[in-house]
Design a protein around this ligand. Structure first.
Ligand SMILES: [Mn+2]
Length: 495
């Protein structure tokens, strides 16, 4: 990539104008008056005049209406967030805040949704965005965020048409908020500049109430969201198949080959991966969030792959399969795998409307504790093991979580709405029991050490039970072996 112009201010900006920056290190000559004048004109009008609203527009309108009803008479500020420096003049890939994207369908950095109260009830919504780059003052080609460097933005009029919300210039927002009167809340953690502008007007407690509401609002998914989650899972299924087809190349290199292969699918079909892919071979499978992915992939070991494609609308899948690198489980690997599968089956069966959220966790834990007692790894009876939680030395984590735009979705919801709540149609959660025998665990026979198994599927609560969105991936040990054999045959046939 080429460098951006940075550093020094070319001239004192007029009020309300962005300072235009020009490089000062002398690698390139400065801008002559003639060139500056030349660059102002000779550009075609590219305004897009026949844009249709995005597919989410009717859904985001309903979501904003529910938010409005919860906080009458209050100004609500929901920022997308800002670019973050990775190093020097390069930035991390931008990912809009979940709250902003959920309520607007937009993902532009520096964007802000503001709901302004219209009285005791109701709000008007406005999206504040950076407009098209100014060509008169050279911003479009001299500023590091000018459109010549980073690509065309939508005009405010175009954004209005797409999002179905009036759009205004975000550079005026901080001053407007400073001058505004009346109660106001902001979603914290995304835009330090706006938080500073509101510092005298907001309290942490009231802002937290806004964050909690927005998190609980997403517990039940609408039809658009369910469609996106299925699309995320479908891409993820294809990504898992991609990985199985290149296991020989991973054996010749490292876990990184698996990470890169899955990422290719995620970038081509979606926005990115929804979280760092866990590509854990051999004993790495016992590290719950193994994302270094720099280890060897060896025939005879298991590969635990926990990965999810995030759609371009920011919904993510979260799927895990544990598979034998060779294509065939050893008897001990299969014994452990079968126990996890049985636990997952019990967990999935407990997902239905009206069930307590924790039912699926308890069902899965009971199966795992039973097997651990049977194998002589912990002394029974099972009731005692469960009461004391002794199985957790090897089960380690909860059996699942809500899934949506965030992989651990709705994380700010109150306990009574989530962990101590009741399942409802439209909720989507993972069911992902596991067994992990650490390489240095002296309490288990040596042959168990370094084996980790997790099976994770994405389960939608329906009116009469549940639907496994990731059912296209095999789950039984036999089906996993058959699936791997089929994909290996396709690889050999060069397809
Ligand atoms: Mn998960």
């Amino acid at each position: 990539m080429t460098e951006e112009p940075t550093s020094e201010t070319l001239e004192t900006p007029e009020a309300g104008e962005q300072p235009i920056k020009q490089r000062k290190n002398g690698l390139y000559p400065g801008v002559s008056d003639e060139l500056a004048e030349n660059m102002k004109s000779g550009w075609a009008d590219t305004e897009l005049r026949d844009l249709e609203p995005i597919e989410q527009a009717p859904y985001t309108a309903r979501r904003r209406a529910a938010l409005s009803a919860r906080f009458p008479g209050e100004r609500l500020v929901i920022p997308a967030g800002n670019l973050r420096t990775r190093s020097n003049d390069t930035e991390y890939d931008f990912r809009a805040s979940t709250e902003y994207a959920y309520l607007t369908g937009d993902q532009t950095h520096d964007g802000v949704l503001v709901l302004e109260p219209t009285g005791a009830e109701g709000h008007t919504a406005t999206v504040y965005l950076l407009p098209r780059s100014n060509r008169e003052n050279g911003e479009f080609w001299l500023d590091g965020q000018g459109e010549l460097w980073v690509g065309r933005r939508h005009s405010l009029t175009e954004a209005e048409r797409l999002l179905g919300v009036p759009a205004r210039d975000v550079r005026e927002l901080a001053d407007e908020l400073r001058a505004a009167t009346g109660p106001v809340r902001i979603v914290r953690g995304h835009d330090a500049g706006l938080e500073a502008a509101l510092t005298d007007k907001v309290t942490a407690e009231r802002d937290e109430e806004l964050r909690v509401f927005l998190s609980e609002q997403r517990l039940v998914k609408d039809d658009f969201e369910i469609g996106q989650l299925q699309a995320a899972v479908d891409s993820t299924v294809r990504g898992f198949e991609d990985v199985v087809k290149v296991l020989d190349k991973a054996e010749a290199t490292s876990e990184r080959y698996i990470e890169g292969t899955f990422f290719l699918r995620a970038r081509v079909e979606g926005n990115a991966v929804g979280y760092g892919s866990i590509c854990a071979s051999g004993p790495h499978a016992t590290t719950l969030h193994w994302v270094r992915n720099d280890g060897p992939v060896r025939s005879g070991d298991l590969l635990l792959l926990d990965a999810g494609v995030e759609t371009t609308t920011l919904y993510t899948a979260d799927v895990t399969r544990t598979m034998p690198v060779s294509g065939r489980f050893t008897p001990l690997q299969r014994k452990i795998y079968d126990a996890v599968y049985e636990a997952q089956e019990a967990g999935i069966a407990a997902v239905r409307p009206g069930a307590k959220y924790l039912d699926f966790h308890e069902a899965a834990q009971r199966v795992l504790a039973t097997r651990l007692v049977e194998w002589g790894l912990v002394e029974g009876p099972v009731e005692r093991v469960l009461e004391l939680g002794l199985q957790r030395r090897w089960t380690l984590h909860g059996t699942g979580h809500m899934l949506g735009m965030d992989v651990h979705d709705c994380a700010a919801a109150r306990r009574e709405a989530y962990a101590e709540g009741t399942l409802e149609p439209g909720m989507c959660l993972t069911v992902e029991p596991g067994l992990y025998f650490q390489a240095d665990d002296l309490t288990v026979p040596e042959e168990y050490r370094g084996i980790g198994v997790r099976i994770e599927d994405d389960i939608l609560v329906t009116e009469d039970g549940n639907r496994n969105l990731s059912a296209a991936l095999p789950r039984t040990a036999d089906d996993v072996e058959a699936w791997m054999a089929r994909l290996a045959a396709e690889r050999s046939a060069g397809s």
